[in-house]
Design a protein around this ligand. Structure first.
Ligand code: FAD
Length: 428
């Protein structure tokens, strides 16, 4: 076992320059806070539209969830379409679906246009571990077909077994349009493209405060310990760790730790036997397992959540049990890497996009489903800054509540809720 907190992604990262920290004062049209997919995509879209952009990242580009994730590029939303229809009404919920499909195409387009080497692979399988989940995927397929999202394929147990060599699944739904990537290299590629378009990136620059400006139209000030950026607009893309820089929106997301492991290389033959079409796979449980093959034929396996803090070392035995349940044939294959990251969950699991002030935008609350949406969010912020906020404002209409009792006191409630979901997974 390599040292804990050694993500396989970091070991296989594309070379990237170390960017300087912010030192002194800078002026810009837009200051973007956060160097994940949301921040890098926002910076890229704005720079391409001719705005002068400074991006401030506390640590290094891709250090947050974007560089640690399962890498699944999926359309849709964590909360599901029915919830969106209740929140926004059916017509706008439908538009959000279409925009998520646009987000998927946008990710593919970015990868091709900027020659981002991130091991893009097509295909995603949702797999059922309970009979009711088979009904759910059949209904989902019918809805997708009626919306013109064709080409998905329902698989019964036997058909699925020819693709995924696991005894655990009853069937599933194959989506040829969804895909998976090396998420850190994808994020680093977006950052490189943003820089090439003219954005100035600063790493090691934690934002401590954001002041929108004393009067409407005045410049905002974004402060770090070493300097300030004065900008006409600000885009907050700090996800779960934004912290005191934006206390009001912070209460609307709960940071939840979730984990991944990477096996030792399996070799091409065993890899092909496990997932014949190299699709990414995710089950339909609330506390789900998801996995895919890496370019060097490791199994990258994710799952498990914890509310009590970030502890990848302590979760390895549990991850081992989960992996063995899916692929008992890997019981003797060592786990080489384990890591985790923080999800930004909202109460209703819908994304939380909005404004803190007329010139301060934010993107957060992807609720575990952010690789595609964060990229799309960047395009929507750039549209809004350029004076076309119509699409951004549809998302901004989604009502969000703070976690009851604040994030600290919400934890016991969440732990209880998760225990209930686990029970539901077991009984249904
Ligand atoms: C283990 C794991 C697996 C996942 N799997 C998937 C998946 O398969 N598919 C999917 O769609 N989604 C997945 N997700 C969710 C997805 O990764 C996120 O929704 C998405 O990456 C969020 O992007 P982001 O740019 O908003 O946040 P991040 O990538 O977290 O970026 C935020 C950045 O802001 C910086 N920052 C924070 N505060 C400040 C500050 N005050 N000043 C300066 N910088 C700051 C952070 O250092 C960080 O780099 C997964 C998440 C995890 C943790």
């Amino acid at each position: 076992m390599k040292p804990i907190e050694s993500p396989w992604y970091a070991v296989t990262a594309a070379p990237a320059p170390r960017r300087p920290a912010l030192a002194g004062d800078l002026d810009a049209d837009v200051c973007v806070v956060g160097g994940g997919v949301a921040g890098c995509s926002t910076a890229l879209h704005l720079a391409e539209r001719g705005f002068d952009v400074v991006l401030l990242e506390e640590s290094a580009i891709g250090h947050g969830a974007s560089g640690r994730s399962g890498g699944q590029l999926l359309p849709g939303y964590s909360c599901g379409q029915d919830k969106l229809a209740r929140l926004l009404g059916p017509p706008d919920a439908r538009r959000l679906w279409d925009w998520s499909v646009e987000g998927l195409a946008l990710a593919r387009d970015r990868i091709a246009r900027h020659a981002i080497e991130c091991d893009l692979q097509a295909g995603h399988l949702q797999v059922a571990v309970r009979p009711r989940q088979l009904d759910a995927v059949a209904q989902e397929q019918a809805q997708l077909e009626s919306w013109g999202y064709g080409g998905t394929r329902l698989l019964d147990r036997d058909a699925l077994r020819t693709i995924v060599a696991s005894p655990r699944y009853l069937g599933g739904l194959y989506d040829p349009h969804a895909a998976h990537v090396h998420p850190l290299n994808y994020t680093l590629g977006l950052a490189r493209a943003a820089e090439a378009a003219g954005a100035r990136l600063r790493e090691g620059s934690r934002v401590l405060a954001v002041e929108p400006g004393p009067t409407p139209g005045a410049r905002a000030t974004v402060k770090t310990a070493q300097g300030r950026v004065r900008a006409r607009w600000v885009a907050l893309c700090g996800n779960a760790k934004l912290g005191s820089a934006a206390p009001t929106i912070r209460r609307r997301i709960m940071p939840i730790a979730t984990y991944m492991v990477a096996t030792a290389p399996l070799g091409p033959a065993l890899a092909r036997e496990l997932i014949a079409n190299r699709a990414a796979v995710a089950d339909l449980n609330w506390v789900l397992d998801y996995f895919r093959l890496s370019h060097d034929d490791r199994l990258l396996f994710g799952g498990k959540v914890s509310y009590s803090g970030y502890d990848p070392g302590g979760i390895v035995p549990g991850m081992r049990r989960r992996l063995d349940r899916v692929f008992p044939q890997l019981a003797k294959v060592p786990l080489d890497y384990a890591w985790g990251g923080l999800l930004d969950i909202t109460v209703n699991r819908a994304p939380d996009f909005g404004r803190l002030a007329p010139n301060v935008y934010y993107l957060q609350g992807f609720s575990g489903h952010g690789l595609v949406l964060a990229g799309l969010g960047g395009r929507l912020v750039a549209e809004a800054v350029a004076g076309h906020a119509e699409r951004f404002d549809v998302y901004a209409r989604i009502a969000h509540r703070p976690f009851p009792g604040g994030r600290l006191f919400a934890r016991p409630t969440l732990v209880a809720a998760m225990a209930w979901f686990r029970l539901r997974d077991a009984l249904a």
